[in-house]
Every structure is written in C-alpha cells, then in structure tokens.
Design a protein around this ligand. Structure first.
Ligand code: PMP
Length: 426
C-alpha cells in the first residue's frame, strides 16, 4: 500500500504542528510508522491522501455511530450554515437539544452544552466541588476524562499509551486532590472514602471503560459505587463521553441500570462537531451560573452548527432503536470471528466487548483494570495494528483505546476484517 503522500504531509506537519498532530495518539508514536492523512470519509470508510480506502474502527473515536458524512446530518448542517455560524445568544434549537437529551437519558433534569468532552468533565468536577464544598475526587487508574489538570493522574488513553507517569504543568496541589483506585476494585474505593471521610466531592468513572482498551465493569462494581456515593453524600459522575447514546439511547445508565448524579457527554452527542455536555439532578445543576455561583461558560457553547448536527443524529438514534440491536449483532459477529481466528492461532488473547465497543488484548489473564491491560503484549498489538492498517483496516493505534463500530459497517466489511486478521495470525 502506497502512503508516500501521508509521509510527505507528516514531514511537513512536523515543521509547524507539535509532533505533526493536533492530538497525541494520532501521531502513531507508540505503534511506530507514519500516521495516515485522511482526505475524506463516507459511511464505514476512510480515504487517505494517497487514495487508499480503510474500513474504519475508530469512527472519530466514537461520534460516527451511523458512519461518516451521514446524509441527514450533512443536509442539516448545510441548511443551517447559511444563517451564520455562531450568535453567542440563545436559540430555540438549544432547547430542543436539551429536551431531546432529557427524553433519551435517565436522571437529566438540567443539561448544559459545552464544546468538548474535556470541558464537560472539568465542569462536572467543579460543580461537584462547589455543590459539596469538598475538594477531593476519586478517579480510576486508566480512565481518561479529558486533559483538564485534575484528570491527568494515572490517566488512560494517550497518557497511558505514552506511559507518562507525572504530567509536567499539573501542580502538586491539583494532583494531590485526585485520588485513584484500580477499576473494578470496590474495596479500594471504600478504603479511600474511609481515609478521607467527608472530603470526597465526587467519584468519576467511565461506566464502561474505553481508554485502556475496552474494560467492562464487573457485576456489582457500579452498584457498589452508587450505594457508597449515596451513603457518603458523594456526587457520582458517569463519564459517558464514549458510552452516551452508543450503548443505548440512554447510554450506560440505561444499559447497565445504574443511576448517576451527574453525567458527561461528548462524541455521539455532536455527530463529529465539537460538542460536549454535562447534566444531571436539578438540586446539583442549580448551582451552575447564572442560577448559582459555580461559574462555567463558553463563547461557542450551543453553537448552531454543532447543535443541528447532534440533534439530527440523536433524533435518528431515538427514532430507530433497532440500530442498537443491529450494532450489537455486528459487534458480536466480529468478536466471534476474531475469537475463531485467535483461538486457532494459539496466541493468548482476551476480547472485551459490550455493545459497539470492543477491544483485543494479547493477554493470558482476564483484562479487568489498568494493571491487567498494561501486562498484555502491547508490542504484538503494534504489529497487529500495522498488518491491519496496511491491509485497509483502520484500528485505533494503541491497545489502550477501544474500537468503535458504526452501523454503516456491512457484514462484508466484518468478514474482510476477520480474514485480514486471520492472515496475520496464520
Ligand atoms: N471522557 C472520555 C471517556 C473520553 O474518552 C474522552 C476523549 N476520548 C474525553 C472525556 C475527553 O473528550 P474530548 O477529547 O472531547 O475533550
């Protein structure tokens, strides 16, 4: 596969953009090689600058649940753009968006739009602190909640991929207010809460983790956290930036039947436009300015193009719940196909999957937290990644990322993916 144009562009990009990319994992630093420069995408496929086609399992890291350049989303944006790209004043569409999210997701009385998942999580934490009058938060090792200072402690995604232990620029004070526990370890959380009685403002979690590969909550784990938060007056925050509108119309809360106090969204909610949101129980959300003094704002928050794209996509999902069934069936089919290939090969492996999130770890033991994800053979993953890429299958360039399926994938695409994987292992 010829990638000379991508190689040329990467060299040029490095002259004016740090590492040649605007977000670190895109640089392929941990898997090596040249990042592929994308020219366009439609449905399940990405096309690079050299004219190669790839079956896409990143889907912009989640938003493209119905595939790229979805016709009705494109149409909605085109119609809207002629009326200006931003007002910085309220619009009816923002109300419609808020009402739609409330009708789809549980426990959202009030919701505020922002422009990224980072902003959503950062604002939710500030709100939890303002609401409780407490400073500390608990997060989980290997979970990623964006790049706000408080979250860059034992974080997943790029922080894990590049094995960054301490992030320069994050002050010791901020870091010391972030306590961490292993995912799926309720005892460790109970101990932290006990040791920091009446000091924990919030527990924030990816209800299905996607930033150390895909890791499922073990039975009772989220329920145990829910109970603990209720007993200790701790704000329980679900970071549904990945899982929101992906695992079910009402996200992980609905799929796993666990209630959060605050929920953050990103990715699917904006259909690929820069959108995030945080929402939740009225008693907490009422502390946000201008109702309360917890300040949070944004020039481009509720941007009309971002809102119309997200609104169109959420409406599609809401009106066609069978999409979720179809996505599940495709993911289960892919998992079964990869299972066959890997079982025959004798390579130790674990495939974690829930709904349209899935990942492969080359591991002998179950992968249930960051330690077990890190213990997997991630150099084999890099080789697997490059084999797949050079055969037209675009996986996330790190074992510490979940794959995302789109419903634009056909069974032919899935079969092709399985067959390309088979070639690698045989
Ligand atoms: N939370 C989770 C669970 C995420 O996966 C991400 C991004 N991958 C974020 C927050 C941050 O979102 P953004 O990159 O839009 O700031």
């Amino acid at each position: 596969m010829k990638i000379s144009k991508s190689q040329e562009l990467f060299e040029r990009a490095k002259q004016s953009i740090p590492g040649g990319v605007n977000s670190p994992v895109r640089a392929f630093k941990s898997v090596g090689g040249t990042p592929i420069f994308i020219q366009r995408a439609k449905g399940a496929y990405l096309y690079d600058e050299d004219g190669n086609r790839y079956i896409d399992y990143i889907n912009s890291w989640g938003p493209m649940i119905l595939g790229h350049a979805h016709d009705s989303v494109v149409k909605a944006i085109k119609e809207k753009v002629q009326y200006s790209t931003s007002f910085g004043a309220p619009t009816e569409l923002e109300i419609e968006m808020a009402e739609l999210v409330k009708s789809m997701a549980p426990n959202i009385d009030l919701i505020r739009m922002v422009s990224s998942g980072t902003e959503a999580c950062m604002s939710a934490i500030r709100l939890a602190r303002g609401y409780t009058g407490r400073n500390k938060i608990i997060k989980f090792e290997g979970c990623y909640h964006g790049h706000a200072d408080s979250f860059l402690v034992k974080a997943g995604s790029g922080v894990a991929t590049f094995n960054i232990q301490t992030v320069p620029g994050v002050t010791g004070g901020v870091a010391s207010d972030t306590l961490t526990a292993p995912y799926n370890n309720l005892d460790a959380v109970q101990k932290l809460v006990e040791e920091n009685k009446n000091q924990i403002a919030a527990i924030i979690i990816e209800p299905v983790a996607g930033n150390m590969g895909c890791i499922l909550p073990q039975p009772g784990f989220l329920e145990g956290l829910r109970l603990l938060c209720t007993q200790e007056d701790i704000v329980f925050i679900f970071d549904e930036v990945m899982t929101g509108f992906r695992l079910a119309p009402g996200g992980a809360q609905q799929r796993l039947q666990v209630n959060a106090d605050l929920v953050t969204y990103g990715k699917v909610i904006g259909a690929g436009m820069p959108v995030g949101a945080f929402g939740g129980k009225r008693a907490i959300m009422e502390h946000i300015a201008p109702l309360g003094n917890v300040y949070q704002a944004g020039t481009l928050s509720g941007n009309p193009l971002a809102m119309v794209a997200g609104y169109d996509l959420l409406t599609e999902l809401n009106n066609h719940p069978s999409i979720y069934q179809e996505l599940d069936e495709k993911a289960i089919y892919l998992k079964a196909g990869l299972d066959n290939v890997l079982r025959e090969s004798g390579v130790p492996y674990v495939i974690n999957q829930l709904g349209s999130m899935l990942s492969v770890h080359f591991s002998e033991q179950p992968v249930i937290d960051f330690a077990t994800a890190s213990a997997a053979d991630n150099s084999l993953f890099s080789k697997f990644f490059h084999h797949m890429l050079s055969n037209g299958i675009y996986l996330p360039p790190s074992a510490f990322e979940s794959w995302f399926l789109s419903n634009a994938l056909t069974y032919d695409d899935l079969n092709e993916t399985i067959e390309v994987a088979r070639k690698f292992f045989s």
